[in-house]
Ligand binder design. Structure first.
Ligand code: ZN
Length: 420
């Protein structure tokens, strides 16, 4: 796939995936179109060699894989979630002439980037249908329905020097001046928009705000891509397309977990049982399972911090990835990243054979290092693992920035690794 088509598709995927639920729905659709057969965890599996499969858990995590004779899998991991403002169960606050929403911070978001953005709301609603069955539906308001206005500088003269943000009181999105606004009616409208007209009772929701500004190319030569959720829908998109591009005779698996941004400890997070449980059902004999793990490689793909030209001091000068400088290999002596010399060598060998460049990232020794699903998956499965990612600015901002070369380059390397 050429870079232009690849990037256009990436922008479309970002815009169509405001929540992990929507990202997984889109990926499931893509796998379905590419000839992967859906498996359901609650049913018995009868796998046929040579076929391709995918499994979804909780609508927010997905695993897809080929099932050839060889067992030396290339596994690519990413995460479906991004930091956001999540609506509380009883969200309405009516005061000072407006109706606003109570929200919780999900993950380590850069709160200041959420002010003065045109926000919409999307997620999942569980309800009782006309036949007394509990159902759920994905919803997306799709238009700007709320905003968090900044406090004017005249009311806070020290804003540029020392404004801090209180997550309980300062970031409630304002929705309307209509004091009659009814929450239940609004939820029913959201459901109706998704084709659900028979909800007898609405029980619960998982709804998050998102920026309505579309993903776009930025820069004099469109060097950059600006969007929400680049961390980590970029890696989801890259991993998904790589798996759809490889020959089905090649062993490859793609896993995209929810809940990475809050530590991965859940039924659908990398710390949970999802990947292990799927692999155990595919490779039922203990001996076969262990041989497969030892013969396989896990590439954990999650964005990396590019050196910020206005804040270069935040990087180790010898390990300072540049935008459009190629895939970043992440290393940490304390295993916050799982890369080791052997796994790095396998990745770099393929990259070099394709003429793709790579760059190294190590956090400054006097700063705390982040982590991702790589070390967690490595520890759970005992699989050889490598942490990589596309260089990114403004990680966890409502609008992040990556290069228009790097995702495509990572995609080519992953396909090459699988077809080695
Ligand atoms: Zn991430």
């Amino acid at each position: 796939m050429n870079k232009q088509d690849f990037n256009e598709g990436f922008l479309g995927f970002l815009d169509a995936s405001p929540t992990p639920f929507h990202a997984v729905q889109n990926m499931a659709g893509m796998f379905d179109n590419a000839g992967f057969k859906r498996l359901f965890e609650e049913q018995k599996w009868a796998l046929e060699q040579g076929k391709k499969y995918f499994v979804v858990r909780n609508d927010s995590s997905i695993i897809a894989f080929t099932y050839p004779k060889n067992k030396n899998f290339l596994m690519v991991g990413a995460h479906t979630d991004s930091p956001n403002l999540k609506l509380k169960p009883n969200p309405l606050i009516k005061e000072h002439g407006v109706v606003k929403f109570g929200v919780e911070s999900y993950g380590g978001l850069l709160l200041n980037s959420w002010f003065d953005r045109d926000l919409s709301l999307a997620g999942r609603i569980s309800y009782l249908d006309a036949n007394n069955l509990i159902k759920d539906a994905l919803v997306d308001a799709k238009k700007s329905i709320a905003i968090i206005p900044s406090l004017a500088i005249h009311l806070d003269r020290e804003a540029n020097e020392k404004r801090s943000i209180n997550a309980q009181t300062d970031i409630c999105p304002i929705a309307t001046t209509d004091s009659e606004f009814a929450w239940e009616v609004f939820l029913r409208e959201l459901l109706a928009q998704s084709g659900v007209a028979d909800a007898q009772e609405i029980y619960a929701h998982e709804l998050s705000f998102y920026d309505t500004q579309k993903a776009s190319f930025v820069g004099l030569k469109e060097e950059f891509i600006a969007s929400a959720r680049i961390d980590n829908l970029l890696s989801c998109y890259v991993g998904m397309l790589a798996l759809c591009s490889v020959d089905e005779a090649k062993p490859m698996l793609f896993v995209a977990n929810d809940h990475e941004e809050i530590g991965s400890q859940s039924a659908v997070g990398a710390e949970g049982s999802f990947l292990h449980s799927v692999l155990k059902r595919v490779f039922r004999e203990h001996e076969e399972f262990e041989q497969m793990i030892r013969a396989s490689l896990f590439v954990s793909a999650d964005n990396a911090h590019a050196i910020h030209p206005n804040f270069p001091i935040k990087h180790d000068a010898a390990h300072a990835p540049r935008i459009n400088g190629g895939t970043v290999i992440k290393v940490n002596a304390n295993q916050r990243y799982a890369s080791n010399a052997k796994t790095i060598a396998r990745f770099c060998n393929v990259a070099a054979s394709l003429g793709e460049v790579t760059q190294n990232f190590v956090m400054r020794s006097d700063m705390a290092c982040g982590s991702t699903i790589g070390p967690i998956t490595a520890a759970k499965l005992g699989i050889d693992t490598l942490d990589v990612g596309a260089p990114t600015y403004a990680m966890h901002s409502i609008r992040e920035l990556c290069g228009s070369d790097d995702a495509h380059s990572l995609y080519k390397i992953l396909v090459g690794l699988c077809e080695r």
